[in-house]
Design a protein around this ligand. Structure first.
Ligand code: AMP
Length: 537
């Protein structure tokens, strides 16, 4: 067979050639803006040429600090298709971590949204190697103390709309990079090659995964600074899919209206987003009948939430699993043809698991005595390998902990059933060990979130003199449920579902559960808060 390289250049050129009329809808600070792929392609070429003029060369890193919008999508292609490396920066990290990753990646130029300029001003003295800042706005440049600041649209005006994207790159060359938070210390960088991104996008198009196609209207709620918005923008451009980018500071109501107005068919985000949308749909009515798939990953999707989407609102829900290191799609809860005859409860059981391995990847699950049995019970750590799985952390000594013998050890503890469906039991570090036995915080959380008065629940371990660790549940009640439920009531609700020793020692009512920058439960902070509370009482 021919050894032709897999490059992002082919994706954008295909969109320009075959789908010039298809639309990109972008919600920006100036309202809804619309571009065809033809217009967007030209703008992307202009940006690539402007970056070249600013001195960006092959292999240079260009950072983005931005929400989901058309300019960010332009950067997604202009940077790698001119041979440079797209470094998407998580805007919700601490200023120290942002400055660490800008320096560690050696970003030469930064593209930044106007509202995020103050964030860079705070750290400007600690990032001396950045040569230019480009503010992504159509309005006036904000007043700023940053030096070497350019206006995005002015640069585009001067750029070349016929710029030739690079077709001579090595498919294994870096195209993108993203940092993931570490349990301790600084974030760790993951490099995505052109080849990895293209093959991952191909996987998103498979009928038995997310089946992204030209007929879809895709709305990635997951931020473009979080694992490339799960690869949706890349797949959508390649396949000519209409894209709806929700921009900054959206609310559940804004999302629901966008979905209704633009007839969105596929959307992706973490469970917190979908809990918010459910809440909104319960309060106000929207026609979301165009939705064929609500893709959910990043943390476990509670069974009760899946049930509400599917049975109350008739919206198909798709649970998936992955991580920054896996591009991210690795496992997806697609049912098999012979599952069609199962009861709705049994189908829900399948949907609530993370799913089966995506074609193209390999996995093993290592338990206490080697690979675990496919019995849905024995727990082990999931290890993965494949063409879109990272092989190391970028210039980081911590690589050797996770990457061993050609495998990525995910740090996720799972079980696998007879049919090959994986269930994430916990992160290795979040499992609760009580009297030498493991308790899954995820299972308890799922059960709690199925309670009609509970909005969110997170379970953490607290140290215990006799049992080493015991579970404590932190619970946020739904609006209007305050005073309706007691700790004892919740314990009674859990009792029939779990062994006695799994029942949390305490239930703490909270206003809010602390979350990570991408909306997952921040277990570290929660553990500290709970330990403080238990020490006080
Ligand atoms: P990140 O690299 O920030 O995307 O985080 C990846 C981690 O999120 C994984 O290692 C899992 O611990 C967790 N995760 C991702 N998807 C799921 C899921 N569907 N269910 C449970 N945990 C998940």
């Amino acid at each position: 067979m021919m050894q032709t390289p897999l490059l992002l250049t082919q994706m954008i050129e295909r969109a320009e050639k075959y789908f010039p009329k298809k639309e990109i809808v972008s919600r920006t600070e100036s309202g809804i803006e619309r571009f065809t792929y033809k217009e967007w392609g030209e703008r992307t070429r202009r940006l690539a040429s402007a970056l070249n003029t600013l001195g960006v060369k092959e292999g240079d890193k260009v950072g983005t600090l931005a929400w989901n919008h058309h300019r960010h999508l332009e950067a997604y292609f202009a940077i790698p298709c001119s041979g440079a490396v797209l470094h998407t920066i998580n805007i919700r990290l601490s200023p120290q971590h942002i400055s660490y990753i800008i320096n560690h990646a050696e970003d030469k130029v930064l593209l930044v949204d106007p509202d995020l300029v103050p964030l860079l001003e705070k750290i400007k003295d600690s990032i001396p190697n950045v040569e230019a800042f480009i503010v992504m706005t159509s309005g006036p440049l904000p007043e700023t103390s940053l030096d070497c600041v350019y206006h995005y649209e002015d640069l585009l005006k001067k750029g070349d709309p016929a710029y030739s994207f690079r077709t001579d790159l090595d498919e294994n060359a870096p195209a993108g990079m993203c940092y993931t938070s570490a349990t301790t210390g600084n974030p760790k960088g993951v490099i995505y090659s052109h080849r990895g991104i293209v093959l991952h996008a191909m996987a998103l198009g498979l009928a038995d995964t997310t089946a992204v196609s030209e007929r879809d209207v895709a709305l990635p709620v997951v931020p473009m600074f979080h694992v490339n918005a799960w690869g949706l923008p890349f797949a959508s451009v390649w396949f000519g899919t209409k894209q709806v980018l929700p921009g900054p500071y959206f609310t559940p109501a804004i999302l629901a209206s966008l979905m209704e107005e633009e007839k969105v068919t596929i959307t992706a985000g973490v469970p917190t987003i979908w809990l918010g949308l459910l809440n909104e749909m319960e309060k106000n009515s929207y026609d979301l009948s165009s939705l064929r798939s609500v893709l959910c990953g990043g943390s476990a999707a509670p069974r009760g939430m899946i049930k509400a989407f599917e049975e109350k609102f008739g919206i198909p829900f798709m649970h998936a699993y992955g991580m920054t290191e896996t591009s991210p799609l690795a496992v997806i809860a697609a049912s098999k043809s012979y599952h069609d005859d199962l009861s709705s409860d049994e189908k829900l059981d399948i949907k609530a698991k993370q799913g089966i391995l995506v074609p193209g990847l390999e996995m093993k699950i290592i338990g206490k005595d080697g690979e675990v049995a496919w019995d849905g019970k024995e727990m082990g750590e999931l290890a993965l390998r494949g063409p879109w799985i990272a092989s190391e952390y970028y210039q980081d000594e911590r690589s050797q902990d996770a990457f061993r013998d050609g495998w990525l050890y995910t740090g996720d503890v799972v079980t696998i059933d007879e049919e090959g469906y994986i269930k994430i039991v916990d992160r290795t570090k979040d499992l609760i060990k009580s009297g030498g036995e493991w308790i899954s915080s995820v299972d308890l959380e799922n059960a709690l979130m199925a309670h009609e008065d509970i909005f969110e629940a997170a379970v953490v371990a607290v140290p215990h003199a006799e049992w080493q660790e015991r579970p404590v549940a932190c619970v946020v009640l739904k609006e209007g449920s305050e005073g309706k439920v007691t700790k004892e009531g919740i314990v009674e609700f859990l009792k029939p579902q779990f062994a006695k020793w799994w029942i949390p020692d305490d239930i703490i009512f909270m206003e809010e559960i602390p979350k990570t920058s991408v909306g997952k439960f921040l277990k570290r902070t929660l553990r500290d808060q709970v330990q403080e509370k238990t020490a006080q009482s």
